[in-house]
Each structure stands twice: as structure tokens, then as C-alpha cells.
Design a protein around this ligand. Structure first.
Ligand SMILES: [Zn+2]
Length: 389
């Protein structure tokens, strides 16, 4: 973790590099062996828990499973003992977190096949010329220049729905704290524009949303399953790319970032579900949180109640209300006569509100204390009272 005097933060980021396809057959076969070990761990733990229900109860830890599976690597052609230990510890951790007696079985064949997964220990993946050597197999990856001088930790090979394999490598790296040019920004998350800032910038769902939805529909109508999976993957990548670019600009530019606490889980149950899930608010929030942590910014997540009906200039509740109010994109305040864009106004209110209230969550320890130093008098206190009521 960062110290007070150092100017750089250490953090872990996971590189995801595509594996060249000549290794797919080997990885597919290795994944079946991994599944066998996983299912053995599942059966053994279940057995132990069952026996212990009558006698003294004890859940098997990863270490216990290691002892029980000692020498098992001789039965497998591809995976080694270090890999088996990683599966054991991963299994034990997952089961403990899930608080279950057993986890789901990993299926190797058929339509309900589990996506391939081959974990390894950091020391078992070695550089060898242009290749990476793992358990006696040379694997080549795309963009291997990213691995130069990198020190990695325990990682895995993982398969996606299309069937391609990816090398996932957590890498310790340093991020220098930069200086933001502007002080604070409020961000309103919405459906029409995914995000709008208090300075009027917005991130719109790109044309790709519609484009890929049509392509996907036609692929599914024709029964092209593999093609449909590819389109899904492509659309997800476009979405992630747009969100990454947006969050990067925001983090580079502003010191304090305030986001409304829209819950996508709740809205996903309504008829707006498709556009809500498509907009990726959760992903945007996560990106803002970790990117600002690396750059030394603060993020607050505040309640966004009443933010769209309040006038950000005078504080009266004169904005459009209710379901019909959602159609209104811009309005004029009846009290002070200012004209507002709906989303920009909401973002401004989120920013104003954050200066006087505690955040719901975020990476800033005490936003009130931080804000009170600069802003002596909370702006529009009466508005805040109506919000709190
Ligand atoms: Zn007004």
C-alpha cells in the first residue's frame, strides 16, 4: 500500500492476453483434468462434512485437500502438483465464501460444459524465448511485450464463451499520483445518456448498441450459435472500451468525483431492464473507484434523491416530476427563471449535495470534514432539508 511520503501507489492489475491457437487443444485437455481434480475435491469435502455431521464437524481446508491428494499428479498427463494445489485452495476458499457443503460440479462435455479454467502458481509459468512455459508445454501469447520486466503472481488460463483461451496474469505495478487540473465534478447516471457531468459533458450509448442488437437478432434467428456468441463478445468489448475512455478522462481531470447511487439491480427488474443492463453503470462506478484510487483522487457515492426536480441555481423544487416528467429533457425554473438541461442539472445537484452530506459509500474517509475546510457555509441548506426529509 502507499505510504504518506511516497508519490506512487502499488496496485495489482490483471493482464488478459490472448493465447495463440496452437495451444488450444492442449489447454482443452488440461481443463478436463482440472475439472476432475475439482470434482474430486467437491466429492471429498462433501464426504468429510457428511461423516462429521455425526461425529465432530470439520470442514476440509485447502491444506487438508493437498495432503489427501498428495501424489495425484502421477495420474494426470498434463497438470502438475502445483496446479492441483491451486485448485484445492481455490475450491476451499470458494466453498468457505459460499457457505455451502458442496459447490457446483465442473462439467467437461455436452451443452452445459463449464468454461475451461487452468490455474497455475507464479513460479510454474516461466519465460522461454518467445514462449511461456507451463507444465512442460510452450504457450505463445499475443502482445507478449507487455510481459517484459513484469513480475507476476498466481494466475490462470481461462476460456471464454466463444472458445478462445486467455492468459490472466495479476501483475504488481506502480502508478504515480498525478495532479488534477480541476477540483470537483458531479456525475448523473441515466438511461438516455449513460453519464452526464455537471459541466455538461455526456457519454452516450454508441451506435454499436443498436447495430449489434440487430446483428445478434438475425444470427439467433438463423440459429448461428457461435456467431451469436462472437457478437455478444464484440458488443461487450465496445461497451467496456467506451466506459474506460470516459472514466479515464474524468479521473485525469478532476480531484473529487461524486456519483449518484443508482442501483442497477433494482432498475433491471423494471421494463427499462435492457437499456439499464446495457449502460453498464456498475462497470463505470468500479472503474472510477479503482482508477481514482491509483491516481489519488476521491470518489463519493451519494444519494441522488430529488436531484432531478431541484433547481440547481435557486434550490426550489420546480423541476418536472413523476413518470411523465421523464420525457422532459429541459425545463425552465419557475422561481428564478434559469433554464436547465435535465441531466446536467441533476449532476450539479449531486455535486452540491456532496459538499454537505456524508457519502453512502466511496473511497473517501470523511467527505464532510474534507469539504468543510474549503466551503464555510453549505450552499442552499433549505434544499438539503427537503432532500433529507
Ligand atoms: Zn431556480
Amino acid at each position: 500500500m502507499k505510504t504518506a511520503d511516497s508519490n506512487a501507489a502499488l496496485f495489482t492489475r490483471t493482464l488478459k492476453l490472448k493465447v495463440k491457437c496452437e495451444a488450444y487443444a492442449w489447454l482443452n485437455a488440461a481443463a478436463i483434468e482440472v475439472n476432475q481434480v475439482w470434482n474430486w475435491a467437491n466429492a471429498t469435502s462433501m464426504d468429510a462434512a457428511d461423516r462429521n455431521r455425526r461425529a465432530h464437524a470439520k470442514c476440509l481446508s485447502g491444506f487438508d485437500l493437498d495432503k489427501l491428494s498428495a501424489g495425484a499428479s502421477a495420474c494426470f498427463e498434463r497438470i502438475n502438483s502445483a496446479c492441483i494445489q491451486r485448485i484445492n485452495s481455490e475450491y476451499a476458499t470458494k466453498r468457505r465464501l459460499a457457505k455451502r457443503l458442496k459447490l457446483r460440479w465442473r462439467v467437461s462435455r455436452g451443452a452445459r460444459r463449464s468454461l475451461g479454467w487452468v490455474p497455475f502458481k507464479a513460479a510454474n509459468l516461466k519465460r522461454k524465448g518467445v514462449c511461456l512455459r507451463f507444465a512442460g508445454k510452450c504457450v505463445r501469447v499475443f502482445e507478449r511485450q507487455l510481459l517484459e520486466n513484469a513480475k507476476w503472481r498466481d494466475g490462470c488460463f481461462a476460456q471464454d464463451a466463444v472458445g478462445d483461451w486467455w492468459l490472466c496474469l495479476p501483475i504488481r505495478s506502480e502508478a504515480a499520483h498525478s495532479i488534477a487540473t480541476r477540483e470537483a465534478v458531479g456525475i448523473d447516471l441515466g438511461v438516455k445518456a449513460i453519464a452526464t457531468t455537471s459541466e455538461g459533458e455526456s457519454l452516450h450509448a454508441g451506435r454499436w448498441t443498436h447495430f449489434y442488437a440487430n446483428k445478434l437478432a438475425s444470427a439467433q434467428r438463423r440459429g448461428h450459435k457461435r456467431q451469436a456468441k462472437r457478437i455478444h463478445r464484440k458488443a461487450a468489448r465496445c461497451r467496456a472500451d467506451a466506459l474506460h475512455k470516459f472514466s479515464r478522462t474524468i479521473v485525469n481531470r478532476y480531484q473529487n468525483i461524486v456519483v449518484g447511487d443508482v442501483s442497477s439491480a433494482k432498475l433491471a427488474k423494471t421494463r427499462m431492464a435492457r437499456s439499464v443492463l446495457d449502460s453498464g453503470w456498475g462497470m463505470l462506478k468500479t472503474q472510477l473507484l479503482y482508477k481514482s484510487q491509483q491516481a489519488g483522487r476521491s470518489v463519493q457515492i451519494v444519494s441522488e434523491r430529488n436531484t432531478s426536480v431541484t433547481c440547481s441555481s435557486c434550490g426550489s423544487l420546480s423541476g418536472p416530476r413523476g413518470v411523465n416528467g421523464l420525457i422532459v429533457r429541459s425545463w425552465i425554473c419557475s422561481e428564478c427563471g434559469d433554464s436547465h438541461d435535465r441531466d446536467v442539472n441533476a449532476a450539479r445537484n449531486i455535486l452540491i449535495g456532496s459538499r454537505c452530506r456524508t457519502s453512502v459509500s466511496g473511497n473517501e474517509p470523511s467527505p464532510v470534514a474534507a469539504a468543510s475546510g474549503r466551503i464555510s457555509e453549505p450552499r442552499k441548506t433549505y434544499w438539503l432539508k427537503t432532500v433529507a426529509a
